[in-house]
Every structure is written in C-alpha cells, then in structure tokens.
Design a binder for this molecule. Structure first.
Ligand SMILES: Cc1ncc(COP(=O)(O)O)c(C=O)c1O
Length: 398
C-alpha cells in the first residue's frame, strides 16, 4: 500500500477545470453547451506574440535560461511597470515563472509555517485557500461583501490580522466577483498594514489591466511604506490571452529573491525559452489588443448584469474589472451548487457555483464573460427560461 504524505489530503482543487471537462464531454456527445465556466479570454494570442515565439525557436533559443528568467524579459517587465504604474522596479527582483499561480505557490510555501495564519479573500480564487491548507499555516478568510461592490474593506482586514499573521493575500480586480478595490480604500489598507510591519502581502493583480468605467487600478506596489514586503503577482495569461503558454511573474522583496530562485531551480528550472521571447513581444509590441479585449469584456459585462437583473430572483452587481459576473441567486430558491449542476446538465450552460470560491460564495454563481456576446445572450436566455420553467431542486441535493 503506497503511503502518501498526509498533508496532500488537505490540498484543494479548482472546480472550473472539472466543469470544463464535463462541458467538453457533453459537447462531444453532441450537446450544445455554452461555456461560461472557465476563466480564460476567448481570443487567440495576438499574432505578433505568436510570431516572436516561432522566431525564437528558429533562432535557436532551445536551452535552459536563468532560473528567474532572461534579462531582456525582466527588463521589459520593469519598463512596463514604470510605464503603467509609475514605479521603479529593479529587474533583478522580478522572477518569471510558469504562470501566475507559481508566485502564489512560492509565497505560501515561504510564509506558511506552523502557528502562522494567512489571510485570504472569501470568496476568492480557490487556489489561495487550497495552498494555505496544504501548508502548516491556518487559513483565515476575509469576507468580500456584495454590498461593498465586492471591494476589500480595510477595516475588515484589520479585524482579521493577529500577531500570528504571516501573509495577507489581496486580489484586485478580483476573481470570481469582478470587484475592484478603489484607490481610497487601498490607501486606507496601506495605513492599516503600516501597523503590522512584519506581515508580508501578496498582491494578486493579474487582472490589473482589465478595469471599466475609467476606474484606475491602484497597485500595492505603488506604496513605498510597504514596498519592502509586497510580492506582486502578475503575468501574461489574462492580459494577452496567453493562458496556455504558462508564464507569469512576481516582483519580490529583494531579501527574498534568492529563496525564490532556489524554489524555481528545485521546481521547474526556468520557463520555456521561446515563451519568454514571446513575453517581450507582448510587453513591447502594440497594446491595441489589450484595449480591444477589454472593450469586448466591458460590453459583455454590462449586458450580463442587465440581463441577469431582469431575471426574477437574480441580483447582479455590475462588475468593475476582470471578466466575471457574480450574481446572487438566493432569491431564485435554488442552492448555488444544485443550480450550477442543473444549468450545465439540463440547460447546457456551464457556470461555477459560488461555493467553489469559498464558503462565503454561498448563494452566488460565477459567469465568465470570456465568450462571444451572441453566446452570452443565448446563455442568459437559457438561464431565464430554465428558472421560469423549473421548481428549485431539493436543497443540497448535489
Ligand atoms: C486571481 C487569479 N490569480 C492567478 C491566476 C492564475 O493565472 P495563471 O493561469 O497565469 O497561472 C488566476 C487564473 O484564473 C486568477 O484568476
């Protein structure tokens, strides 16, 4: 009998991938499935980025690179951060990794010790809690409230910090809610954090360029008071429609870079070389693609929120960033898990139950707007028809 390490039993999952597999299986059986489940842009990677990778392969970039990424890529990231956020970042503190998730993994491995607590947003990206549970630290949920437009609350955060807190994970613009924490609240948050100088902060800003209504994304990297303990998580997946290329980056406090480098060397050696050259093309090339994709997400989120709000029992906050809507479905009489399951199996619409993003996602579902407006219109039509024709299933029946 194989004896697996016990902590593996505490590792969670990302149900969006399970729903994707089920949606694909149903589609393969000939069912017409509209997928609003998975969180990846429905656009192809812009051609000039693809070409840069092809050229890199033709030019012979076939070998290992430095563990933290090639210098020109880290310089390009630094220039991009200067341009977008007006911050100076030493390229030697930028660590390029295979996807945004890896920075998360490393941060939790570094700060997740026995006796420590790590604060994470609930509802939030499911991997935060999964990793904290896997580590010896205790997960402490920070409630993200619908009535607050799904923004972080500095006061609420302050009430969760204790002397045992080693790391706080913040995410704006947010998955799964589409919430954006406004600059005034971020400033308040920073003032709170100044009272706890030994706490590290993981700022997941992977949707930082996808905001609407002229809202400015305030980055935690912009505050010198906490700069020596902020880990910025960002990457190419969402901004440049590059989820399958597997590349992201972290900006780390200088004192931690060598440990991150060691983790990278032990884990994956480096990100594949051609992808790194593609990453340079993405950052240094024309940015119209980012604006065009964001404009499409903008149009879709307005439609989704309006159309969902017209369905009896549904209530949807207008998302301010990212590409998700997180409607409250408790007024329909359905439990969110039963509803998500029935929508996929019976109505042919893949969505994710709010509780897949934490206990506080109870009564909500997540819809991704990474699908065409035409498909979204059909999907929301199906959801409305389904709800008007079916009695709610028995609670907790799935
Ligand atoms: C909030 C958040 N952070 C990080 C990631 C991970 O991104 P990547 O696919 O680059 O690992 C995701 C992906 O959905 C996300 O939603």
């Amino acid at each position: 009998m194989l004896q697996l390490a016990q902590n593996l039993a505490r590792l969670g999952d990302e149900n969006a991938f399970t729903v994707l597999a089920r949606a694909q299986a149903l589609a393969a059986q000939g069912r017409d499935i509209i997928n609003l489940g998975i969180g990846q842009p429905d656009f192809p990677t812009p051609p000039h980025i693809v070409e840069a990778a092809v050229k890199a392969l033709r030019d012979g970039h076939h070998g290992y690179t430095p563990a933290i990424g090639i210098v020109p890529l880290r310089e390009a990231v630094s220039a991009d951060l200067r341009h977008r956020l007006n911050v100076e970042v030493d390229p030697d503190t930028i660590v390029v990794v295979p996807g945004g998730k890896v920075t998360m993994f490393f941060a939790v491995m570094m700060f997740g010790e026995e006796g420590k607590e790590i604060i994470f947003p609930d509802p939030g990206f499911p991997i935060y809690k999964s990793l904290i549970q896997y580590s010896p630290a205790k997960p402490v949920g920070l409630l993200i409230r619908e009535e607050n437009g799904f923004a972080f609350s500095a006061d609420e955060l302050l009430s969760r910090i204790t002397p045992a807190t080693s790391l706080i994970i913040l995410n704006t613009p947010a998955n799964p809610t589409g919430g954006v924490t406004p600059p005034e609240e971020i400033e308040k948050l920073v003032r709170c954090l100044e009272r706890w100088p030994d706490v590290a902060i993981l700022a997941d800003e992977i949707y930082g360029q996808i905001t609407f209504d002229g809202l400015r994304h305030a980055s935690l990297l912009q505050y010198p008071q906490i700069r020596d303990r902020v880990i910025l998580l960002d990457g190419w997946s969402k901004t440049y429609a590059m989820t399958g290329w597997r590349m992201g980056y972290g900006v780390w406090p200088k004192a931690l870079v060598d440990t991150v480098r060691k983790l990278a060397t032990n884990c994956h050696s480096c990100v594949n070389a051609a992808t790194q050259w593609a990453g340079i093309a993405a950052l240094e090339g024309p940015q119209d693609c980012v604006r065009e994709m964001t404009a499409a997400f903008d149009q879709r989120r307005v439609y989704i929120a309006e159309a969902l709000n017209a369905i009896p029992g549904m209530r949807c906050v207008l998302p301010k960033g990212a590409f998700y809507a997180f409607p409250n479905v408790s007024g329909t009489g359905w439990n969110e898990r039963a509803l998500a399951k029935a929508l996929l199996e019976e109505a042919g619409v893949a969505v994710i139950a709010g509780t897949d993003f934490g206990d506080e996602g109870k009564g909500f579902i997540r819809l991704s707007s990474a699908n065409s407006l035409e498909n979204i219109t059909r999907a929301v039509g199906r959801i409305g028809d389904f709800l008007s024709s079916r009695e709610p299933a028995a609670q907790e029946s799935v």
